[in-house]
Design a protein around this ligand. Sequence first.
Ligand code: NAP
Length: 281
Amino acid sequence: MAAVVMDGKALAAKIREQVRLQVEQMEHKPGMAMVLVGENPAAQVYEAGKRKDCQQCGIYYETYRLPEDVPQKELLDVISFLNDREGIDGILIQFPLPAHLDGREIQLAIRPDKDVDCVHPSNMGDLTFGVDSFWPCTPAGVMRLLAEYNIDPAGKNCTMVGRSNIVGKPQAMLLLRRDCTVTVCHTKTPDLAAECRRADILISAAGCPGLITADMVKEGAVVIDVAVNRDGQGKLCGDVDYAAVAQKAAYITPVPGGVGPVTRAVLMENTLTAALRHGKG
Ligand code: NAP
């Protein structure tokens, strides 16, 4: 039987509407600022998406565009200005930054209570220690999708393909917190197929089109495809061989329309949370 398609667009719309309704009641609206360095076309698309999401939710939004060769000090000054601004509750820096900038110093400069994308080491540390500050948007979005389809990770085996700081590692932490047994794979994993076949929940964030084939998927597994790639024809796709895997899995996320929209919606929710923590209401 074909898998249930996990509809990220519908869940994202639901989350945005919940945020909008809460924001509507607030006298002092939440505010988000995005900082973009350089002219990366993909980053411009993300920026337009965030602007639209904020508009829909009633969240104040502004963008700071800095040139590709911006000195570190100038970027730090912008962050310091935003850290001090009462109207801004969430700060989002578009990573990766150009090579001449020290990304670690930038992450440390963001005030943790405004770090709605959870890049500050203190927020990542809280996640590891099981303290709730902010959850990074993509792994949090995956947890929201699981919950939406009543999939309880407790007692299940999860294989996480990818160990990046923004997806794989925090995803593993969130699943551990929900009593899942997690195996994290990467390019040095000797037998990726075997690790995937053991998974009740298989999450892929490798960035390799066609990496996850049907023979690597256990019958009835939940398959979450975080990756956003372009195939040979320039079409968006994930890591998973969707058509074949959908015949074997119980649940599957499409690309596009799966994890991506929920990630964006969680950012709105995190910004609302930040504003409430700042005493806005
Ligand atoms: P990344 O930093 O490049 O990390 C990729 C990870 O996958 C690495 O740990 C890498 O292993 C592992 N990997 C790559 N090829 C592999 C292979 N053939 N076998 C096993 N492991 C492999 O990427 P990222 O920033 O985490 O993003 C991953 C993907 O998710 C990208 O397609 C990105 O566009 C997408 N993404 C989507 C969202 C969303 O909202 N939907 C958000 C963030 C990212 P090593 O550590 O050994 O190199």
